[in-house]
Design a protein around this ligand. Structure first.
Ligand code: MG
Ligand code: MG
Length: 256
């Protein structure tokens, strides 16, 4: 069921979204050569708790998962697409890595979700292009998410940017409704057909999150039950914002 958020919910989502943007800005600064992924997770949790909020992913058990997620943050490096576990699988960042930092927080009962991919030290030209294209794909998807349009229109916009840059889409993974829970309806694929899928209505809140790969679109599930990587070992990038659907242009909730 697709939920419509109330004015009071939206106020809380805006506040939580600003907090989450601040957390990701701090994590971006902290993601340097030699930093451990466990340290990024601890930093993320600390900032969230200092705001009086809660990490949304810690102990969250997605449908079909064998166990709850054990960290506050997802840290996915290079060929890892999403859901890398920063504390159990502790790694030191090295020069040239590209690192997806994906975080959800709960503010006064309302959940927001956002991700960025950052380069560690100097990254190569192709990595820069991958990051830029993935962020551009997210922004194109957001621009298409207008009240009266459809979920498929978002996917069309995302896919066009990926195609133009000759990157593939990790198309088994998608965005989602968010707000009362981490994952709500609707499913928000990063590909689609114009005018297809659920109608976008004012008050809907969705996470738009393209994941673009340098190589093929196929994915591989890690033995830890969470980490998802590219099957061919090529690098992947990920950007995500939580947005509010309105009568006109959507409002990005997870920005400062
Ligand atoms: Mg996320
Ligand atoms: Mg998400």
């Amino acid at each position: 069921m697709i939920t419509i958020k109330t004015a009071e919910d939206i106020t809380k989502l805006r506040e939580g979204g600003k907090h989450l943007a601040a957390v990701l800005a701090e994590l971006k600064k902290a993601a340097k050569v030699g930093v451990k992924t466990s340290a990024l997770d601890a930093l993320a949790e600390k900032i969230v708790r200092d705001f009086g909020d809660k990490p949304a992913f810690l102990n969250y058990k997605p449908q079909g998962a064998a166990r709850p997620y054990p960290a506050s943050l997802c840290v996915s490096i290079n060929d890892e697409i999403v859901h890398g576990i920063p504390n159990e699988n502790d790694r030191e960042l090295v020069e040239g890595d590209i690192v997806s930092l994906d975080m959800g927080l709960v503010h006064e009962g309302m959940v927001v979700d956002s991700a960025i991919t950052v380069g560690v030290g100097q990254i190569d030209t192709k990595a820069k292009k991958l990051l830029a294209a993935t962020e551009e794909a997210m922004n194109a998807g957001i621009k298409a998410a207008r009240g009266g349009k459809h979920i498929g229109d978002i996917g069309v916009a995302v896919e066009a940017v990926a195609d133009r840059n000759t990157f593939s889409i990790a198309d088994e993974l998608a965005g989602h409704g968010v707000g009362y829970k981490v994952h709500e309806d609707p499913f928000v694929p990063n590909f689609g057909m114009p005018g297809q899928g659920p109608l976008l209505k004012p008050g809907m809140v969705i996470a738009i999150e393209p994941m673009l790969n340098e190589g093929g679109s196929e994915i591989r599930h890690g033995a830890d039950g969470y980490t998802i990587s590219t099957k061919d070992g090529s690098r992947s990038a990920h950007f995500e914002h939580t947005v509010l659907i309105t009568e006109g242009a959507p409002e990005i909730l997870t920005k400062i």
